[in-house]
Write a protein that binds this ligand. Sequence first.
Ligand code: SF4
Length: 259
Amino acid sequence: MKTNLLSINSDAKTSKGNTGYLTGILYLTPAGQAGLKNLCPRASDGCKAACLYTAGRGKFSKVQQARIKKTKYLFEDRESFIDVLKSDIRILIRQAKEKGLKPAVRLNGTSDYPFHRLIDFEAFKNVQFYDYTKIVQKALDHANGKLSKNYYIVFSRSENNWKECIKVLKAGGNVAAVFKNELPMTYNRFPVLDGDQNDSRFLDEQGCIIGLKAKGDAKKDKSGFVIWQLKLNFTAQAKPYKLYPLNDGILIPPYIATV
Ligand code: SF4
């Protein structure tokens, strides 16, 4: 049976990594695009311009049209939308069982909407829900065990929220950050994990930066949303260069970054 709203293992990241999960993602239209209501209340100028919405399949207008249609549906008939979504989650559970996998659901693939207030995640106790968010209270509530046990949250760094990132990291949560070049070992002294290996964020170690490489329009970012890494020819030994994390907020022009 086909799902209506959830895309199942449809992007490269959810289908790779072999983490044993079948993942359904809901893709909507973020931050007031196409004249629709803003689904990302804490979006920054940098993240809006660089949004994942423009990456991968999202850059094709047919895909964007489908996302606009779903977003309109959410606003025009929320009750029916949630019913269809729940039915999609049940389909995902069946498909995962047939494949010998565990079901995972990310409802904010390209949005930051409070679906956790509209759906009782614990009623789907075998499903692992997860999201990235820019809403610090939501990330702190997760880190402090105040949300459903099967709902995992990663806070997302943007060009203007590093203090909030620190709060989340200190509370034991993780923070996703986008990097222009290779991922560094650490960023502002926090260990960096490669978030592009798979999308099963709930399996990550805690208190870490989840490093993602810039994709889509993010590659052109100059706002500070994407972190430029300085490559320096510091040692003539085995490694040709070392990557040095920059203090947050400091921008390095492209010509320096490629030295
Ligand atoms: S908050 Fe996330 S989904 Fe929304 S515009 Fe920013 S990057 Fe895109």
